[in-house]
Design a protein around this ligand. Structure first.
Ligand SMILES: [Zn+2]
Length: 509
């Protein structure tokens, strides 16, 4: 008679339940694993055999067959060491029967029988909960992560022996989560940024409406410093959003030891030498890429023109669909990728095109400038909502200790209020902010005053702008009106929005 245990694996960023079935047949000794195991799962045989023997138990003589069901899903990772070892101990009567089917069992074993942590526990816990299983036997280092889901009962151990004791005597209490006072204060705040008020205002508008931003200015003007403060003014993550973020980092092994749920919005800033796989995810060991690690947060592309064209091309699908699909020979995997895009660049190759300083004069030829800007290709340009010039900070501002800036907390209150208005506006649709509006939504939901319409008409005719740019100006205007708590878009809102469509020497882009 065979024994079966509940375990699980990962596909994309989701958990998949797996039954570990073990049978022992009187025959010449052998040990095999079937059911689409990858190399890391096959290696499990050696670890399980040594762990059992080194923990003081006997490895059976005879033919041991392990089947991982369902057989049509590729099994990756080292999750199955512990369930396989337990099943062998159960089938050989070295431990007594137990309501093992009420549990999900996971964990990697060392040759000595120690339990090692595994990646991707959180998605597995969520999947098990949805399948009605709430008890978990896991490595101690995974305990905190497993207990993120409130309904779960977590039994965490550091060796195979301890697990066997628990099964025999059932005298262990479930792991209880320490209530830690969490501070998300990582020291980054907009109040440290002196001056730059116009840029901060633009970033506030962008966050309030979920719009993308291109920052441009000379080297050293503080573009990166401004961009990495953006997560501090974005709305607080909802529980569901925080779970999504934690799941992604759980799968990549990006959670710190004993880290619970992630409460900060991610900020990812891949280097411009990044490959397409680094950005999109995939690769031989299937992993989420930078755009998925930025999910529910910010993806910052510093020096965007230095990135390779095919790498930037990867952004197309996620910017439209908020997800990325990766095809592999074993099937396709879908990763979430709903991020706010912020990019930065110098206005010309030398960087000083817009400088007023006598010492920093642009030395680029017309041709060089033209060639440089042509790298900002059409599709990418089309996806940018706000174009924001970052001026250099005058020395007297840097030296003035009395200059007070608004804190991130204060800005965030306004951003959250504006987002609240948008959620109410789109409550019957799957739209969460103005940045996601379609042309139809703009027509239906943007209440435009007559003098604002007159101004827009003039602009439309004078600058011969495209319908897409026209929509974009309206979306930004709608967000500015929301920050103003105004029901209709007024002339002043449109005038501010137009400022964000100026780019280097173009009045309206
Ligand atoms: Zn230049």
């Amino acid at each position: 008679m065979s024994i079966s245990l509940n375990s699980a694996t990962i596909r994309g960023i989701d958990g998949v339940m797996v039954k570990v079935e073990v049978d022992l047949i009187k025959s010449l000794p052998s040990f095999s694993i079937v059911g689409l195991p990858d190399a890391s799962v096959k290696e499990s045989r050696e670890r399980v055999r040594s762990a059992i023997v080194n923990s003081g138990f006997e490895f059976p003589l005879g033919r041991v067959v392990v089947n991982l069901a369902p057989g049509n899903i590729k099994k990756e990772g080292t999750y199955f060491d512990l369930p396989i070892a337990l099943a062998i101990l159960l089938i050989t009567g070295q431990i007594n029967n137990f309501e093992i089917n009420d549990f999900v069992v996971l964990g990697e074993l060392s040759l000595n029988g120690e339990l090692r942590e595994v990646n991707g526990i959180l998605p597995i816990v969520i999947e098990a909960r949805d399948n009605g299983i709430k008890n978990f036997i896991v490595p101690l280092k995974n305990a905190e992560e497993t207990s993120i889901i409130k309904e779960s009962k977590v039994y965490a151990f550091s060796t195979l022996k301890e697990v066997v004791c628990f099964i025999t005597y059932k005298d262990v209490m479930p792991y209880s989560k320490e209530e830690k006072s969490k501070s998300i204060d990582n020291g980054i705040d907009f109040k440290d940024v002196v001056a730059q008020e116009s840029v901060k205002r633009a970033l506030e508008v962008a966050c309030a409406g979920g719009h993308s931003v291109l920052l441009y200015g000379e080297p050293g003007c503080g573009k990166s410093m401004l961009a990495n403060r953006v997560p501090t003014i974005l709305p607080t993550l909802s529980y569901e959003e925080a779970l999504e973020v934690t799941k992604i980092y759980s799968v990549c092994g990006g959670l710190k030891e004993n880290e619970g749920i992630r409460e900060e919005r991610p900020f990812r800033s891949p280097h411009h030498t990044a490959s397409t796989v680094t950005l999109s995810g995939g690769g031989s060991k299937l992993k989420p890429g930078e755009i998925t690690l930025a999910h529910n947060g910010v993806l910052y592309l510093d020096e965007i023109l230095e990135f390779k064209k095919d790498v930037l091309e990867v952004l197309r699908q996620p910017l439209e669909e908020k997800k990325i699909i990766i095809s592999r020979n074993t099937g396709t995997v879908e990763y979430p990728a709903n991020f706010m895009l912020i990019a930065s660049m110098n206005p010309c190759p030398c960087g000083y095109l817009m400088s007023n300083s006598y010492f920093k004069q642009c030395k680029c030829s017309e041709n060089e400038k033209k060639r440089y800007l042509s790298r900002l290709s059409g599709p990418l340009l089309e996806r940018m909502d706000l174009f924001v010039f970052v001026p250099p900070v005058p020395l007297e501002n840097l030296q003035n200790k009395n200059l007070q800036s608004e804190s991130s907390k204060e800005i965030k209150i306004r951003v959250e209020k504006a987002r609240g208005i948008q959620l109410e506006r789109f409550k019957d649709k799957r739209i969460f902010c103005n940045g996601q509006m379609s042309h139809r939504d703009i027509m239906d939901k943007c209440n435009i005053s007559s003098d604002a319409l007159n101004l827009l008409d003039k602009i439309y005719k004078k600058f011969d702008i495209s319908a897409r740019v026209y929509d974009r100006i309206l979306k930004i205007s709608r967000t500015i009106a929301d920050l103003d708590e105004s029901k209709s878009i007024n002339r002043s809102h449109v005038i501010e929005a137009l400022q964000y469509r100026r780019f280097i020497n173009k009045e309206i882009i």
